[in-house]
Design a protein around this ligand. Structure first.
Ligand code: ATP
Ligand code: MG
Length: 422
Protein backbone atom coordinates (compact mmCIF):
# COMPACT_ATOMS: atom_id res chain seq x y z
CA UNK A 1 0.00 0.00 0.00
CA UNK A 2 1.47 3.39 -0.89
CA UNK A 3 2.07 5.82 1.92
CA UNK A 4 0.32 8.88 0.59
CA UNK A 5 0.28 11.54 3.33
CA UNK A 6 -3.44 12.17 3.02
CA UNK A 7 -4.23 8.46 3.43
CA UNK A 8 -3.42 8.56 7.10
CA UNK A 9 -5.87 9.35 9.81
CA UNK A 10 -4.40 10.24 13.17
CA UNK A 11 -6.38 10.10 16.40
CA UNK A 12 -5.02 11.80 19.51
CA UNK A 13 -6.84 11.15 22.79
CA UNK A 14 -5.46 13.34 25.55
CA UNK A 15 -7.01 11.73 28.62
CA UNK A 16 -6.69 12.45 32.32
CA UNK A 17 -4.42 9.44 32.84
CA UNK A 18 -2.88 8.79 29.43
CA UNK A 19 -2.28 10.19 25.97
CA UNK A 20 -3.08 7.69 23.21
CA UNK A 21 -2.09 8.30 19.58
CA UNK A 22 -3.23 6.08 16.73
CA UNK A 23 -2.05 6.27 13.13
CA UNK A 24 -4.39 4.37 10.81
CA UNK A 25 -5.02 3.82 7.17
CA UNK A 26 -8.26 2.65 5.67
CA UNK A 27 -7.72 -0.80 4.22
CA UNK A 28 -7.64 -0.56 0.44
CA UNK A 29 -9.47 -3.83 -0.02
CA UNK A 30 -12.60 -2.13 1.32
CA UNK A 31 -14.85 -1.63 -1.64
CA UNK A 32 -18.49 -1.51 -2.62
CA UNK A 33 -18.91 -5.18 -1.72
CA UNK A 34 -17.97 -4.61 1.90
CA UNK A 35 -20.47 -3.09 4.25
CA UNK A 36 -18.09 -2.30 7.06
CA UNK A 37 -14.95 -0.24 7.04
CA UNK A 38 -11.72 -1.81 8.12
CA UNK A 39 -8.62 -0.01 9.31
CA UNK A 40 -4.97 -0.87 9.44
CA UNK A 41 -3.43 0.41 12.67
CA UNK A 42 0.14 1.25 11.71
CA UNK A 43 1.26 3.28 14.71
CA UNK A 44 0.33 3.40 18.39
CA UNK A 45 1.67 5.75 21.04
CA UNK A 46 0.84 5.63 24.73
CA UNK A 47 2.21 7.87 27.46
CA UNK A 48 1.15 8.55 31.03
CA UNK A 49 -0.47 11.90 31.75
CA UNK A 50 -0.64 13.34 35.25
CA UNK A 51 -1.24 16.94 34.35
CA UNK A 52 -4.98 17.07 33.81
CA UNK A 53 -7.97 17.10 36.14
CA UNK A 54 -11.33 15.93 34.81
CA UNK A 55 -10.16 16.49 31.24
CA UNK A 56 -8.78 20.01 31.88
CA UNK A 57 -5.08 20.86 31.55
CA UNK A 58 -3.60 22.00 34.87
CA UNK A 59 0.07 21.96 33.83
CA UNK A 60 0.82 23.12 30.29
CA UNK A 61 4.44 21.98 30.09
CA UNK A 62 3.77 18.51 31.48
CA UNK A 63 0.80 17.99 29.16
CA UNK A 64 2.89 19.04 26.14
CA UNK A 65 5.59 16.52 27.19
CA UNK A 66 3.05 13.71 27.55
CA UNK A 67 1.53 14.52 24.15
CA UNK A 68 4.99 14.70 22.54
CA UNK A 69 6.02 11.34 24.03
CA UNK A 70 2.85 9.67 22.74
CA UNK A 71 3.20 11.24 19.27
CA UNK A 72 6.88 10.26 18.99
CA UNK A 73 6.18 6.63 19.84
CA UNK A 74 3.41 6.48 17.22
CA UNK A 75 5.61 8.23 14.63
CA UNK A 76 8.46 5.78 15.19
CA UNK A 77 6.16 2.80 14.82
CA UNK A 78 4.37 4.13 11.74
CA UNK A 79 7.54 5.52 10.15
CA UNK A 80 5.86 8.82 9.27
CA UNK A 81 5.94 12.30 10.79
CA UNK A 82 2.63 13.35 12.37
CA UNK A 83 1.61 16.85 11.29
CA UNK A 84 -2.10 16.87 12.11
CA UNK A 85 -4.52 14.90 14.25
CA UNK A 86 -8.16 14.60 15.16
CA UNK A 87 -8.18 15.31 18.87
CA UNK A 88 -10.57 14.03 21.53
CA UNK A 89 -11.79 16.36 24.22
CA UNK A 90 -13.51 15.26 27.41
CA UNK A 91 -14.19 16.34 30.94
CA UNK A 92 -17.09 17.56 33.03
CA UNK A 93 -17.15 20.91 31.21
CA UNK A 94 -18.78 19.10 28.28
CA UNK A 95 -22.51 19.49 28.09
CA UNK A 96 -25.04 18.02 25.66
CA UNK A 97 -28.52 19.42 25.06
CA UNK A 98 -31.24 19.32 22.46
CA UNK A 99 -32.01 22.31 20.33
CA UNK A 100 -34.13 23.28 17.32
CA UNK A 101 -33.55 25.44 14.28
CA UNK A 102 -36.09 26.93 11.84
CA UNK A 103 -35.63 28.58 8.41
CA UNK A 104 -37.64 29.47 5.34
CA UNK A 105 -36.83 27.08 2.47
CA UNK A 106 -35.02 28.99 -0.27
CA UNK A 107 -34.41 26.22 -2.81
CA UNK A 108 -35.84 26.33 -6.33
CA UNK A 109 -39.61 25.52 -6.48
CA UNK A 110 -39.64 25.33 -2.68
CA UNK A 111 -37.51 22.19 -2.73
CA UNK A 112 -35.17 21.71 0.21
CA UNK A 113 -31.61 22.16 -1.09
CA UNK A 114 -28.38 21.09 0.66
CA UNK A 115 -27.75 24.76 1.48
CA UNK A 116 -31.11 24.89 3.31
CA UNK A 117 -30.01 21.94 5.42
CA UNK A 118 -26.75 23.72 6.23
CA UNK A 119 -28.64 26.90 7.13
CA UNK A 120 -31.16 25.19 9.38
CA UNK A 121 -28.38 23.36 11.22
CA UNK A 122 -26.60 26.66 11.73
CA UNK A 123 -29.86 28.15 13.01
CA UNK A 124 -29.73 25.77 16.00
CA UNK A 125 -26.77 27.85 17.18
CA UNK A 126 -29.06 30.83 17.61
CA UNK A 127 -29.93 29.59 21.11
CA UNK A 128 -27.97 31.68 23.51
CA UNK A 129 -24.99 29.95 25.04
CA UNK A 130 -23.61 31.12 28.35
CA UNK A 131 -20.42 33.10 27.86
CA UNK A 132 -17.30 31.01 27.74
CA UNK A 133 -19.13 28.04 26.20
CA UNK A 134 -18.37 26.98 22.67
CA UNK A 135 -20.16 24.62 20.32
CA UNK A 136 -18.26 21.41 19.57
CA UNK A 137 -20.91 19.47 17.65
CA UNK A 138 -24.33 20.02 16.16
CA UNK A 139 -25.84 16.64 15.42
CA UNK A 140 -29.04 16.88 13.39
CA UNK A 141 -31.65 14.32 14.35
CA UNK A 142 -34.98 14.78 12.64
CA UNK A 143 -36.32 17.37 10.24
CA UNK A 144 -39.82 18.79 9.88
CA UNK A 145 -41.09 20.28 6.60
CA UNK A 146 -44.25 22.40 6.98
CA UNK A 147 -45.28 20.57 10.13
CA UNK A 148 -44.62 17.09 8.72
CA UNK A 149 -42.12 15.68 11.19
CA UNK A 150 -39.94 12.59 11.57
CA UNK A 151 -37.93 13.22 8.38
CA UNK A 152 -34.37 11.86 8.32
CA UNK A 153 -33.31 13.38 4.98
CA UNK A 154 -35.31 16.42 3.81
CA UNK A 155 -33.35 17.18 0.62
CA UNK A 156 -35.70 17.39 -2.39
CA UNK A 157 -38.91 17.64 -0.33
CA UNK A 158 -41.13 20.62 -1.10
CA UNK A 159 -42.33 23.15 1.46
CA UNK A 160 -41.97 26.60 2.95
CA UNK A 161 -40.65 26.04 6.44
CA UNK A 162 -37.81 23.69 7.43
CA UNK A 163 -37.17 22.77 11.05
CA UNK A 164 -34.51 20.57 12.60
CA UNK A 165 -34.11 18.97 16.00
CA UNK A 166 -30.46 18.64 16.85
CA UNK A 167 -28.27 17.45 19.65
CA UNK A 168 -25.74 20.11 20.53
CA UNK A 169 -22.51 19.47 22.43
CA UNK A 170 -20.74 22.44 24.00
CA UNK A 171 -17.54 22.78 26.01
CA UNK A 172 -15.72 25.39 28.08
CA UNK A 173 -13.71 27.92 26.05
CA UNK A 174 -10.64 28.02 28.34
CA UNK A 175 -10.48 24.21 28.60
CA UNK A 176 -10.70 23.85 24.82
CA UNK A 177 -8.10 26.59 24.28
CA UNK A 178 -5.63 25.06 26.72
CA UNK A 179 -5.92 21.63 25.16
CA UNK A 180 -5.50 22.90 21.59
CA UNK A 181 -2.59 25.06 22.72
CA UNK A 182 -0.82 21.99 24.12
CA UNK A 183 -1.39 20.02 20.92
CA UNK A 184 -0.06 22.85 18.75
CA UNK A 185 2.95 23.30 20.98
CA UNK A 186 3.65 19.58 20.63
CA UNK A 187 3.96 20.38 16.90
CA UNK A 188 0.67 19.07 15.55
CA UNK A 189 -2.27 20.81 13.83
CA UNK A 190 -5.71 20.14 15.25
CA UNK A 191 -7.72 18.82 12.30
CA UNK A 192 -10.84 18.65 14.42
CA UNK A 193 -11.88 18.43 18.05
CA UNK A 194 -14.31 15.65 18.92
CA UNK A 195 -16.06 14.95 22.20
CA UNK A 196 -14.44 11.69 23.41
CA UNK A 197 -17.74 10.07 24.42
CA UNK A 198 -19.09 10.71 20.95
CA UNK A 199 -15.89 9.31 19.39
CA UNK A 200 -16.36 6.06 21.36
CA UNK A 201 -19.83 5.60 19.85
CA UNK A 202 -18.15 5.45 16.43
CA UNK A 203 -15.83 2.59 17.40
CA UNK A 204 -17.75 0.57 19.96
CA UNK A 205 -21.38 0.51 18.85
CA UNK A 206 -22.82 -1.50 15.99
CA UNK A 207 -25.40 -0.04 13.65
CA UNK A 208 -27.97 -2.41 15.14
CA UNK A 209 -27.25 -1.34 18.73
CA UNK A 210 -27.53 2.30 17.70
CA UNK A 211 -30.84 1.58 16.01
CA UNK A 212 -32.55 -0.26 18.88
CA UNK A 213 -31.26 1.92 21.71
CA UNK A 214 -27.98 1.78 23.63
CA UNK A 215 -26.00 3.65 26.28
CA UNK A 216 -22.26 4.03 25.74
CA UNK A 217 -20.50 4.47 29.09
CA UNK A 218 -16.82 5.46 28.98
CA UNK A 219 -15.36 5.17 32.48
CA UNK A 220 -12.15 7.19 32.27
CA UNK A 221 -9.79 8.25 35.03
CA UNK A 222 -11.31 11.70 35.65
CA UNK A 223 -14.71 11.59 33.98
CA UNK A 224 -17.37 9.08 32.99
CA UNK A 225 -18.99 9.86 29.66
CA UNK A 226 -22.49 8.78 28.78
CA UNK A 227 -23.93 8.91 25.27
CA UNK A 228 -27.35 7.45 24.49
CA UNK A 229 -28.16 6.53 20.90
CA UNK A 230 -31.53 5.37 19.59
CA UNK A 231 -32.83 5.03 16.02
CA UNK A 232 -29.35 6.05 14.95
CA UNK A 233 -29.65 9.44 16.69
CA UNK A 234 -27.98 10.86 19.77
CA UNK A 235 -30.59 11.39 22.47
CA UNK A 236 -28.29 12.42 25.28
CA UNK A 237 -24.67 13.13 26.03
CA UNK A 238 -23.45 13.84 29.53
CA UNK A 239 -20.15 13.89 31.37
CA UNK A 240 -20.20 12.73 34.99
CA UNK A 241 -17.41 14.37 37.02
CA UNK A 242 -16.28 11.09 38.59
CA UNK A 243 -14.08 8.35 37.22
CA UNK A 244 -11.75 5.52 38.06
CA UNK A 245 -9.19 7.86 39.69
CA UNK A 246 -11.82 8.62 42.35
CA UNK A 247 -11.92 4.91 43.12
CA UNK A 248 -8.13 4.87 43.51
CA UNK A 249 -8.32 7.87 45.86
CA UNK A 250 -10.99 6.12 47.95
CA UNK A 251 -8.83 2.99 48.15
CA UNK A 252 -5.82 5.07 49.25
CA UNK A 253 -7.89 6.64 52.03
CA UNK A 254 -9.62 3.37 53.01
CA UNK A 255 -6.42 1.32 53.15
CA UNK A 256 -4.35 4.26 54.45
CA UNK A 257 -1.80 3.84 51.71
CA UNK A 258 -0.27 5.85 48.85
CA UNK A 259 -2.05 6.56 45.55
CA UNK A 260 0.52 4.40 43.72
CA UNK A 261 -0.11 1.39 45.97
CA UNK A 262 -3.88 1.97 45.88
CA UNK A 263 -3.84 2.02 42.07
CA UNK A 264 -1.81 -1.21 41.88
CA UNK A 265 -3.98 -2.97 44.50
CA UNK A 266 -7.16 -1.84 42.72
CA UNK A 267 -5.94 -3.20 39.38
CA UNK A 268 -4.62 -6.52 40.74
CA UNK A 269 -7.20 -7.37 43.43
CA UNK A 270 -10.11 -4.97 42.99
CA UNK A 271 -13.70 -6.01 42.36
CA UNK A 272 -17.05 -4.23 42.25
CA UNK A 273 -18.90 -7.18 43.76
CA UNK A 274 -17.96 -7.65 47.46
CA UNK A 275 -20.58 -10.39 47.88
CA UNK A 276 -18.49 -12.59 45.61
CA UNK A 277 -15.27 -12.02 47.57
CA UNK A 278 -14.38 -14.20 50.54
CA UNK A 279 -14.20 -12.47 53.90
CA UNK A 280 -10.97 -14.31 54.65
CA UNK A 281 -8.88 -13.25 51.65
CA UNK A 282 -6.07 -10.90 52.65
CA UNK A 283 -3.75 -8.77 50.48
CA UNK A 284 -0.16 -8.24 51.57
CA UNK A 285 0.56 -4.60 50.65
CA UNK A 286 4.35 -5.08 50.91
CA UNK A 287 4.26 -6.77 47.49
CA UNK A 288 3.43 -3.35 46.01
CA UNK A 289 5.78 -1.29 48.16
CA UNK A 290 8.42 -2.77 50.49
CA UNK A 291 7.80 0.12 52.89
CA UNK A 292 4.24 -1.13 53.49
CA UNK A 293 3.85 -3.64 56.30
CA UNK A 294 0.09 -3.99 56.56
CA UNK A 295 -2.42 -6.44 55.16
CA UNK A 296 -5.79 -5.48 53.74
CA UNK A 297 -9.06 -7.36 53.48
CA UNK A 298 -9.98 -8.14 49.88
CA UNK A 299 -13.65 -7.89 50.78
CA UNK A 300 -13.16 -4.44 52.32
CA UNK A 301 -11.31 -3.35 49.14
CA UNK A 302 -14.30 -4.50 47.07
CA UNK A 303 -16.70 -2.64 49.37
CA UNK A 304 -14.77 0.61 48.84
CA UNK A 305 -14.76 0.09 45.08
CA UNK A 306 -18.42 -0.89 44.90
CA UNK A 307 -19.49 2.23 46.83
CA UNK A 308 -17.89 4.61 44.31
CA UNK A 309 -18.75 2.60 41.19
CA UNK A 310 -22.38 2.41 42.37
CA UNK A 311 -22.41 6.17 42.80
CA UNK A 312 -21.17 6.63 39.22
CA UNK A 313 -23.76 4.18 37.87
CA UNK A 314 -26.56 5.79 39.90
CA UNK A 315 -25.67 9.17 38.39
CA UNK A 316 -25.91 7.52 34.97
CA UNK A 317 -29.28 6.05 35.94
CA UNK A 318 -30.47 9.57 36.83
CA UNK A 319 -29.40 10.81 33.40
CA UNK A 320 -31.27 7.92 31.75
CA UNK A 321 -34.34 8.76 33.85
CA UNK A 322 -34.21 12.35 32.59
CA UNK A 323 -34.89 11.07 29.05
CA UNK A 324 -37.28 8.28 30.13
CA UNK A 325 -34.81 5.53 29.22
CA UNK A 326 -34.10 4.22 32.72
CA UNK A 327 -34.00 0.42 32.24
CA UNK A 328 -35.49 0.99 28.78
CA UNK A 329 -32.68 0.53 26.27
CA UNK A 330 -32.95 -2.84 24.50
CA UNK A 331 -29.25 -2.93 23.50
CA UNK A 332 -28.34 -2.02 27.07
CA UNK A 333 -25.11 -0.51 28.34
CA UNK A 334 -21.77 -0.85 26.58
CA UNK A 335 -18.90 -0.21 28.96
CA UNK A 336 -15.54 1.15 27.78
CA UNK A 337 -12.65 3.19 29.18
CA UNK A 338 -9.95 1.91 31.52
CA UNK A 339 -12.41 1.85 34.41
CA UNK A 340 -14.44 -0.82 32.60
CA UNK A 341 -11.56 -3.23 33.21
CA UNK A 342 -12.44 -3.46 36.90
CA UNK A 343 -13.57 -6.95 37.78
CA UNK A 344 -17.32 -7.19 38.30
CA UNK A 345 -18.25 -3.87 36.66
CA UNK A 346 -20.52 -5.56 34.12
CA UNK A 347 -22.42 -7.32 36.92
CA UNK A 348 -22.78 -4.13 38.93
CA UNK A 349 -23.98 -2.28 35.83
CA UNK A 350 -26.68 -4.92 35.18
CA UNK A 351 -27.81 -4.72 38.78
CA UNK A 352 -27.77 -0.93 39.12
CA UNK A 353 -28.96 0.17 35.68
CA UNK A 354 -31.26 -2.82 35.17
CA UNK A 355 -30.00 -3.04 31.61
CA UNK A 356 -28.17 -5.74 29.65
CA UNK A 357 -24.51 -4.75 30.03
CA UNK A 358 -21.30 -5.80 28.31
CA UNK A 359 -17.75 -4.64 27.77
CA UNK A 360 -17.34 -2.80 24.48
CA UNK A 361 -15.46 -4.34 21.59
CA UNK A 362 -14.66 -2.55 18.33
CA UNK A 363 -17.60 -2.63 15.95
CA UNK A 364 -15.25 -2.35 12.97
CA UNK A 365 -12.54 -4.62 11.66
CA UNK A 366 -8.99 -3.69 12.60
CA UNK A 367 -5.73 -5.01 11.20
CA UNK A 368 -2.11 -4.19 12.02
CA UNK A 369 -1.20 -3.54 15.65
CA UNK A 370 -4.55 -4.82 16.86
CA UNK A 371 -3.21 -6.38 20.06
CA UNK A 372 -1.90 -3.03 21.21
CA UNK A 373 -5.30 -1.36 20.93
CA UNK A 374 -7.46 -4.30 22.11
CA UNK A 375 -8.26 -2.51 25.31
CA UNK A 376 -11.36 -0.57 26.34
CA UNK A 377 -9.26 2.52 27.11
CA UNK A 378 -8.60 2.91 23.36
CA UNK A 379 -12.32 3.29 22.58
CA UNK A 380 -12.14 7.06 22.01
CA UNK A 381 -8.85 6.95 20.06
CA UNK A 382 -10.21 4.29 17.68
CA UNK A 383 -13.43 6.27 17.38
CA UNK A 384 -11.48 9.35 16.25
CA UNK A 385 -10.12 7.37 13.32
CA UNK A 386 -13.60 6.37 12.14
CA UNK A 387 -14.89 9.89 12.73
CA UNK A 388 -11.98 11.13 10.64
CA UNK A 389 -12.95 8.91 7.76
CA UNK A 390 -16.56 10.08 7.95
CA UNK A 391 -15.80 13.79 8.14
CA UNK A 392 -12.75 14.52 6.06
CA UNK A 393 -13.20 14.24 2.31
CA UNK A 394 -9.51 13.50 1.72
CA UNK A 395 -9.90 10.33 3.78
CA UNK A 396 -13.26 9.40 2.44
CA UNK A 397 -12.62 7.26 -0.59
CA UNK A 398 -15.95 5.85 -1.70
CA UNK A 399 -18.18 7.11 1.05
CA UNK A 400 -20.72 9.89 0.77
CA UNK A 401 -21.64 12.26 3.55
CA UNK A 402 -25.15 11.82 4.88
CA UNK A 403 -27.30 14.75 5.96
CA UNK A 404 -27.82 13.18 9.37
CA UNK A 405 -24.11 12.78 9.96
CA UNK A 406 -22.55 14.66 12.81
CA UNK A 407 -21.88 18.22 11.83
CA UNK A 408 -18.61 19.86 12.63
CA UNK A 409 -19.16 22.98 14.65
CA UNK A 410 -18.46 25.91 12.39
CA UNK A 411 -17.09 29.21 13.50
CA UNK A 412 -14.93 30.25 16.30
CA UNK A 413 -13.09 27.07 17.23
CA UNK A 414 -11.52 26.92 13.79
CA UNK A 415 -10.36 30.49 14.31
CA UNK A 416 -8.71 29.57 17.58
CA UNK A 417 -6.96 26.68 15.93
CA UNK A 418 -5.35 29.16 13.59
CA UNK A 419 -4.03 31.43 16.34
CA UNK A 420 -1.97 28.56 17.75
CA UNK A 421 -0.37 27.63 14.47
CA UNK A 422 3.31 28.53 14.93
N1 ATP B 1 -7.01 -3.48 34.78
C1 ATP B 1 -7.64 -2.45 35.33
N2 ATP B 1 -8.54 -2.64 36.31
C2 ATP B 1 -9.18 -1.60 36.86
N3 ATP B 1 -9.00 -0.32 36.52
C3 ATP B 1 -8.11 -0.07 35.55
C4 ATP B 1 -7.39 -1.11 34.90
N4 ATP B 1 -6.60 -0.53 33.98
C5 ATP B 1 -6.80 0.79 34.04
N5 ATP B 1 -7.71 1.08 34.98
C6 ATP B 1 -8.19 2.41 35.36
O1 ATP B 1 -8.63 3.09 34.24
C7 ATP B 1 -8.42 4.49 34.37
C8 ATP B 1 -7.86 5.02 33.07
O2 ATP B 1 -8.82 4.84 32.07
P1 ATP B 1 -8.73 5.63 30.68
O3 ATP B 1 -7.43 5.37 30.04
O4 ATP B 1 -9.94 5.30 29.92
O5 ATP B 1 -8.77 7.13 31.23
P2 ATP B 1 -8.45 8.50 30.49
O6 ATP B 1 -8.95 8.45 29.11
O7 ATP B 1 -7.01 8.83 30.68
O8 ATP B 1 -9.29 9.50 31.40
P3 ATP B 1 -10.50 10.50 31.04
O9 ATP B 1 -11.24 9.90 29.91
O10 ATP B 1 -11.31 10.59 32.28
O11 ATP B 1 -9.85 11.81 30.70
C9 ATP B 1 -7.44 4.67 35.53
O12 ATP B 1 -8.10 5.33 36.60
C10 ATP B 1 -7.05 3.24 35.91
O13 ATP B 1 -6.97 3.07 37.31
MG1 MG C 1 -10.78 8.91 28.18
Amino acid sequence: MSKNKSDFIIGLDVGTSKVATLVAQKNSRDDYTKHNDSFDIIGVGLSANNSMRHGAVVDLEDTISSISASLEEAERMAGIPIERAIVAIGGDHIDGSNSTGVIAISGENGEVAPTDVERVIEATQAISQPTNREMLHIIPRLYTVDGQGGIKDPIGLTGIRLEVEAHVVVGSVPVIKNLTKCVYQAGVDVEDLVYGGLASTYSMLSKKQKEIGVALIDIGAGTTDLVVVEEGDILLSAAIPLGSANITNDVAIGLKTSIAVAEAVKIKHGSCLPDQVSDHDRIDLSQFDPKEDQEASKRYLAEIIEARMSEILLLIKEELKSINRDGMLPAGAVLVGGGAKLSGVVGLSKETLRLPSALGVPSIELTGFVDKVSDPSYAAAIGLIIYGLDHFPQNKGLFNPSPSAVSRAPGKIKEWFKQFIP
